[in-house]
Design a protein around this ligand. Structure first.
Ligand code: HEC
Length: 175
């Protein structure tokens, strides 16, 4: 599968279905791409306990500062994303999606959000896929990545947060 098609699946609206499935039953085609190891991400989450803490005020406050500095320029000061974020630009790249409930950030379990931020979409998707978003490995600490994602989750309405908790539980094989 071309990287762009995979990326579209990984990063666009139909993602809801994708991330609600346990990692093992993701479309078999995904496993053809060595760079995209959701399984690794999944077991890493189980092993290292990657867990967002949107109810921890200190983590959320730290994350808010990280967001303003590192993410807001693309994802928007109010997490609103860029215009027409579902439409690829002529150069083939996607605009930055919103991180509020109108986007699909909340469709990804914690470990995928962490990997997306740490490795960056290009490395995660592989196959020469190009993204404006860099990986933050070496730029932000793991703690800062967890903080900023916890901040993002803390802004979602309760209903969306609960939905995201269920996605996490499904990804962890908990149901
Ligand atoms: C230079 C612009 C830019 C910056 C800065 C940036 N991003 Fe992104 N981000 C993007 C783009 C563009 C995408 C869409 C993915 C793609 O390129 O295919 C994206 C996608 C994402 C996604 C996946 C969302 C989804 O709905 O699938 C997450 C999570 C994310 N970014 C988190 C962050 C965090 C956290 C920061 C700050 C630490 C950040 N980004 C900084 C441009 C940026």
């Amino acid at each position: 599968m071309p990287a762009a098609a995979l990326a579209a699946m990984l990063l666009s609206a139909p993602l809801l279905t994708l991330s609600q499935l346990p990692a093992l039953s993701l479309l078999p085609a995904l496993s053809l791409l060595p760079a995209l190891s959701l399984l690794t991400v999944r077991s890493a989450a189980a092993e290292t306990g990657i867990r967002l803490t949107p109810d921890d005020p200190a983590a959320v406050a730290r994350g808010k500062a990280v967001y303003a500095e590192a993410c807001a320029s693309c994802h928007g000061v109010d997490l609103e994303g860029q215009e027409n974020w579902r439409r690829r630009r002529p150069d083939g790249r996607l605009p930055a999606p919103p991180h509020d409930e109108s986007g699909h950030t909340w469709h990804h379990p914690d470990a995928q959000l962490f990997a997306l931020t740490k490795q960056g979409p290009a490395a995660l998707v592989g196959g020469g896929y190009q993204s404006d978003m860099p990986g933050y490995d070496g730029v932000l600490t793991d703690r800062q990545i967890l903080d900023v994602l916890s901040y993002i989750k803390s802004t979602w309405p309760e209903r969306v947060r609960q939905q995201h908790d269920r996605i996490n539980a499904a990804a962890a094989g908990g149901d």
